[in-house]
Design a protein around this ligand. Structure first.
Ligand SMILES: *[C@@H]1O[C@H](CO)[C@@H](O)[C@H](O)[C@H]1NC(C)=O
Ligand SMILES: *[C@@H]1O[C@H](CO)[C@@H](O)[C@H](O)[C@H]1NC(C)=O
Ligand SMILES: *[C@@H]1O[C@H](CO)[C@@H](O)[C@H](O)[C@H]1NC(C)=O
Ligand SMILES: *[C@@H]1O[C@H](CO)[C@@H](O)[C@H](O)[C@H]1NC(C)=O
Ligand SMILES: *[C@@H]1O[C@H](CO)[C@@H](O)[C@H](O)[C@H]1NC(C)=O
Ligand SMILES: *[C@@H]1O[C@H](CO)[C@@H](O)[C@H](O)[C@H]1NC(C)=O
Ligand SMILES: *[C@@H]1O[C@H](CO)[C@@H](O)[C@H](O)[C@H]1NC(C)=O
Ligand SMILES: *[C@@H]1O[C@H](CO)[C@@H](O)[C@H](O)[C@H]1NC(C)=O
Ligand SMILES: *[C@@H]1O[C@H](CO)[C@@H](O)[C@H](O)[C@H]1NC(C)=O
Ligand SMILES: *[C@@H]1O[C@H](CO)[C@@H](O)[C@H](O)[C@H]1NC(C)=O
Ligand SMILES: *[C@@H]1O[C@H](CO)[C@@H](O)[C@H](O)[C@H]1NC(C)=O
Ligand SMILES: *[C@@H]1O[C@H](CO)[C@@H](O)[C@H](O)[C@H]1NC(C)=O
Length: 551
């Protein structure tokens, strides 16, 4: 602003600049000649940082100017002058003020003035702490406080994410509270937010005393998630002492890697392995049921992220299923003794022994038997049933009874009479039953020579005789007598020869008798034939019949 003032008016060096301006304005304009010349006031920048200094050059084109002075309330120092100009350095600018150059040209006062605006950097630019967890999809509200600073009219605050400007708003009030609302996305996870007084408003370094660091940044900002309950996969029933896998999954979590999972069976915390893939977190643990946990229990999966958490609970019944065990009063019973078979199982377990149910759950099933040979290696089967939370569990057990009996030689399997031919190969079969397994031996009664049993042997003549076949075990001995008759081969040949001879003798005798009888008949016929060679056909008939007889 440059104004011409009539000459003669001189303003006090320390007068209020506004008042002086008003005074100047109220003065009537003087002669036209003086108006040709103006007093120029050149300031580097009308925006001056507080406490800074600036150069003012008062100059005029008036050929014979005099008394060029600078009117200001600020501390001034002449730094040079020349024809039609005078320069001053004004320092320690603390508030907005007016500077005024004055001089005379042909006794007419020339005045030039300028408003100096002090730029004061805000003492404090502060971003209020960000929420520790910011739900994704919800708007993030950030407040930036600005204290001090001038001029306030056009002071703006910029919100930055990293170095990216997100929003710009005026700072109104003292201290000014600027609120920014941004839709926080996943990309904002761990982003650095800051608010700052934009560069343009700052002085061009000149005179800035370094107090201008205006940004304030707050480090990690992490969004969390509103979510549904986790999916908990657990067995419905769990036997004491056994282990089962428990799985807890939650999808749509962000940032999944920062979520914490707590898995517990009742008040027992389970060691879990947590994995996160993308937006999904999955925890796996091995649950081991302890005896003191028997009964209705709960498995809890608690996933927390920031201040928020999601929880899932599943019921689980811890049970114990002992048995069934079958007990034999005598596992190795002697034949004829009584054996008690008992099947027992844990409380609430219903047992059934050989199809015979126990009186009530938890009670043993029992029966007695008189051990017989038939019961050796007999298996007893017990079936136990336990109902847990609507589920029926079965378990079986079996045991084998051994009955001590025998030894007994099976008469049917040990022939007592044997007739074999000499020099033939035979096998002597003779079996005995018993538990423990009996040993079988057959000895010749005279010579005490043992006859092999069950293996082929060559039969000799001297094998003939009576044998004592003994089955023996720790329980006793059972003996059967076997008589063997071995036939001599030579004796048989003689018999054949004798037989043949006897037959021959009989044949010879018969032949001789027939011969005698046959000669008598022939002489009769002969006599008939002697008479005539040719006989009528009828007379020959008897001759033919005679001729057919054997001779
Ligand atoms: C002041 O202004 C005059 C005229 O424009 C010029 O000649 C002179 O060099 C200036 N002085 C300074 C210190 O800038
Ligand atoms: C600047 O001015 C203030 C008061 O206006 C004063 O207290 C201070 O001493 C001055 N500083 C200098 C360097 O002249
Ligand atoms: C977030 O802010 C925008 C405007 O900035 C608004 O339109 C939107 O409804 C807000 N969303 C929520 C969830 O508050
Ligand atoms: C304030 O800003 C507006 C618009 O940006 C501009 O027109 C005005 O001159 C500025 N005021 C000051 C004192 O800088
Ligand atoms: C936030 O600032 C810290 C420290 O300056 C830096 O290590 C980190 O990388 C920044 N985060 C982002 C997302 O730029
Ligand atoms: C869990 O609870 C049982 C009783 O319900 C208690 O005896 C046991 O000490 C508790 N265990 C822990 C680790 O708190
Ligand atoms: C859990 O795991 C840690 C380390 O793997 C182990 O030292 C601890 O005994 C485990 N606790 C249970 C209850 O298994
Ligand atoms: C989930 O676990 C955390 C700590 O592990 C606990 O503070 C919070 O109360 C639990 N939430 C529920 C619902 O039990
Ligand atoms: C099995 O039976 C025997 C004899 O009756 C007895 O001494 C033993 O204690 C029983 N054992 C069980 C487990 O019942
Ligand atoms: C076993 O059975 C035999 C014959 O049937 C009988 O003589 C004996 O007394 C029975 N023993 C028992 C213990 O019942
Ligand atoms: C055990 O008994 C139940 C009924 O009590 C029956 O359904 C099941 O088939 C039995 N199991 C065996 C192996 O016999
Ligand atoms: C029969 O005689 C043979 C020798 O010829 C002898 O080795 C064998 O022991 C005898 N057998 C009997 C049953 O006497």
């Amino acid at each position: 602003m440059v104004t011409m003032l009539p000459s003669g008016l001189l303003l006090g060096a320390y007068g209020n600049s506004l008042i002086s301006l008003l005074l100047v304005c109220c003065l009537p304009p003087s002669g036209a000649r003086a108006q040709q010349y103006q007093m120029r006031l050149e300031v580097e920048n009308t925006l001056v940082p507080a406490g800074g200094s600036f150069l003012v050059n008062c100059s005029t084109d008036c050929p014979n100017p005099r008394l060029i002075i600078l009117e200001t309330s600020l501390a001034k120092k002449p730094v040079g002058n020349g024809l039609g100009w005078a320069a001053f350095l004004l320092s320690n600018v603390t508030s907005d003020s007016q500077v005024l150059c004055s001089g005379f040209c042909n006794d007419i006062q020339m005045v030039g003035s300028s408003e100096i605006t002090v730029y004061r950097f805000p003492e404090r630019v502060e971003l209020a702490p960000l929420p520790r967890w910011q739900p994704v999809g919800e708007n993030l509200t950030m407040t930036c406080q600005v204290a001090g600073g001038a001029p306030r009219t056009n002071l703006t605050v910029v919100l930055l994410r990293g170095e990216e400007e997100l929003s710009r708003q005026p700072a109104v009030g003292e201290p000014a509270e600027v609120t920014f609302t941004v839709a926080a996305g996943r990309e904002d996870h761990l982003a650095n937010f800051s608010c700052r007084i934009p560069e343009q408003v700052r002085p061009r370094n000149r005179g800035a005393d370094g107090s201008g660091t205006s940004s304030c940044s707050r480090l990690p900002f992490s969004p969390a998630l509103p979510i549904t309950a986790p999916h908990l996969v657990v067995p419905r029933i769990l036997e004491v002492g056994t282990t089962r896998s428990v799985n807890c999954i939650l999808e749509g979590l962000f940032p999944a890697s920062e979520a914490q999972v707590h898995l517990a069976l009742g008040n027992q915390t389970l060691n879990s392995t947590v994995e996160s893939h993308g937006d999904t977190i999955s925890a796996t643990a091995t649950a081991v049921a302890r005896a003191e946990q028997e009964g209705a229990q709960e498995i809890v999966c608690n996933i927390t992220l920031g201040n928020d958490g999601r929880e899932a609970r599943e019921k689980l019944t811890v049970y114990s299923f002992w048995g069934p065990t079958i007990n034999l009063s005598e596992p190795n019973a002697s034949e004829g003794t009584a054996v008690t078979v008992t099947c027992a199982a844990g409380a609430r377990v219903q047992v059934m022994l050989e199809g015979l149910p126990a009186a009530a759950p938890g009670q043993p099933a029992q029966f007695q038997l008189n051990a017989t040979e038939m019961d050796d290696r007999r298996s007893f089967f017990c079936n136990a049933t336990l109902e847990v939370d609507g589920e029926t569990l079965h378990r079986n057990s079996s045991v084998q009874l051994r009955v001590l009996y025998g030894p007994k030689i099976d008469q049917a399997k040990c022939p007592q009479r044997l007739t074999w031919k000499e020099k033939t190969t035979h096998v002597l079969q003779c079996q005995a039953r018993g538990n423990p397994d009996p040993q079988m031996h057959c000895f010749h009664e005279g010579s005490h020579v043992e006859l092999p049993i069950g293996v082929p042997f060559f039969v000799r003549l001297n094998y003939t005789g009576t044998y004592a076949c003994k089955a023996s075990s720790s329980r006793g001995v059972h003996t059967v007598t076997v008589v063997m008759n071995v036939q001599d081969r030579n004796l048989r040949a003689v018999n054949i020869v004798l037989g043949v001879l006897a037959i021959l003798g009989v044949v010879t005798t018969v032949a001789a008798l027939l011969h005698v009888f046959g000669v008598q008949k022939r002489s009769d016929t002969y006599r008939v034939n002697q008479g005539s060679t040719w006989l009528p056909l009828t007379s020959r008939q008897p001759e033919e019949a005679v001729g057919e007889n054997p001779s």
